[in-house]
Design a protein around this ligand. Structure first.
Ligand code: APR
Length: 392
């Protein structure tokens, strides 16, 4: 029997979508390349915006995050002129984040999807999507048995990330692609240690940006700006902590809580948006639809938003025979995708001055300081920041 919807990818996008479809009794199969253990352990993002929490709560998917998530509404900045805090939860629209590690959310979503009668095939690697322009699209994949299979559905949802096969099928249609390499890298450092500060902290320093973000009472994320094609091998443990001390100005603000480094990788800042994010019976959500730089922690929140919109549209089509919302899916999501891109771009220029001594770089760093000064002193800029930092 063919499922109504085949979803490729069990990340936040695919799993939220699958859960919302199951809630309406729609047959849904998820194909995921990794093992269950792998996806449940993969540390990624952790800051959920209020809209994401609303979607999850509204669909009975928030028990874990309401129980273990930490409410977060203050962020801090520091540079050579000193530090300041922004109580963003009390500015703008008054929205806060909930900090809940993405692997915990993914774990909750998998359990709930299975409890709702959904099926996930782990270790199933999709090879391509065929027949996207027909009403019998199919996905060819290699299963855990090492054999090739094909599954046919009424609709396919591509939630397999920016390097996935669904995105390629939409690009092979007539989608336009908007892309930019921001020329910035972050060394992302996951440390087994409690947070060193209560707030997310952004440090601006002549050596480059450094960041601190809580993940859980025992795990903390740090970031160090680095060349976009840097190799984590260039970052022995001592260099990581020395550079964090320096850029976070611990001499002035107090020491960081250190611990074993659990993960070290270089994230290259890229943006990549397709338009439209659909082709015939194939629809993209999450990183498959658009990649955003991590500067404002928008990726997972966009993924959840798109999954919610797509679920509503698929339910209209399958349960109410109204394909109008599906036809409008790209037009509904793209303005929000671009809005998030714009703010993320603004954050990139707040946190990173261009390197070098040429006139352009010196000018760029002066603009960066002016932007930070406005944020420090102007209520209008603070409201702008708060509204966009949490909202989508
Ligand atoms: N076949 C099957 N599964 C695949 C394939 C494939 N060919 N390619 C990728 N996948 C799976 C990956 O193993 C992964 O589990 O698709 C899933 C994609 O999940 P994510 O990368 O988490 O993407 P998404 O759900 O779009 O969520 C994206 O979450 O971590 C944040 O900020 C990050 O923006 C990102 C957001």
């Amino acid at each position: 029997e063919r499922p109504a919807v085949v979803v490729i990818g069990a990340g936040p996008a695919g799993l939220v979508l699958g859960n919302l479809l199951r809630a309406e009794g729609i047959g849904c199969l998820i194909l995921e390349r990794g093992t269950r253990e792998h996806v449940q352990r993969r540390a990624r993002a952790g800051f959920l915006a209020e809209n994401s929490v609303r979607v999850l709560t509204g669909h009975g998917l928030a028990a874990g995050l309401l129980h273990k998530g930490q409410s977060h509404g203050v962020c801090a900045f520091r540079d050579e002129h000193g530090g300041f805090e922004l109580d963003y939860g009390a500015l703008g629209r008054g929205e806060r984040h909930t900090v809940y590690p993405q692997q915990d959310l993914v774990t909750d979503l998998i359990a709930e999807f299975l409890a709702r009668g959904g099926e996930i095939r782990f270790e199933a690697t999709a090879l391509d999507v065929e027949g996207a322009d027909t009403d019998r699209p199919s996905v060819r994949y290699v299963g855990a048995d090492g054999e090739q299979h094909r599954v046919t559905a009424r609709f396919v949802a591509g939630c397999d990330g920016n390097l996935g096969v669904a995105r390629r099928a939409v690009l092979d249609g007539s989608a336009a692609r908007y892309t930019r390499d921001h020329g910035v890298g972050w060394l992302a450092i996951l440390v087994e240690a409690p947070p060193s500060m209560t707030a997310v902290t952004y440090a601006i320093h002549e050596n480059g940006f450094a960041g601190h973000m809580a993940r859980s009472p025992s795990v903390t994320r740090y970031y160090l700006q680095c060349p976009p094609d840097d190799d984590p091998g260039n970052w022995p443990v001592e260099r990581v902590w020395a550079e964090l001390d320096d850029r976070m100005r611990t001499e002035r603000y107090g020491p960081l809580r250190t611990g074993p480094i659990l993960d070290l990788r270089v994230v290259r800042f890229r943006s990549d948006v397709l338009d439209p994010i659909q082709r015939g019976s194939l629809f993209l959500a999450g990183d498959a639809a658009s990649l955003i730089s991590p500067s404002a922690a928008k990726g997972a929140n966009l993924a959840i938003l798109e999954a919610d919109v797509l679920a509503g549209a698929l339910v209209s089509a399958l349960a109410k025979e109204d394909e109008g919302p599906l036809a409008e899916y790209s037009a509904t999501c793209l303005p929000r995708i671009w809005h998030a891109q714009e703010f993320s771009h603004w954050m990139i220029h707040l946190l990173h001055g261009p390197a070098g001594d040429d006139a352009d770089a010196v000018f760029g760093r002066a603009l960066q300081r002016a932007r930070l000064h406005d944020l420090r002193t102007s209520r209008a800029h603070q409201d702008f920041f708060a509204e966009n930092y949490v909202g989508i």
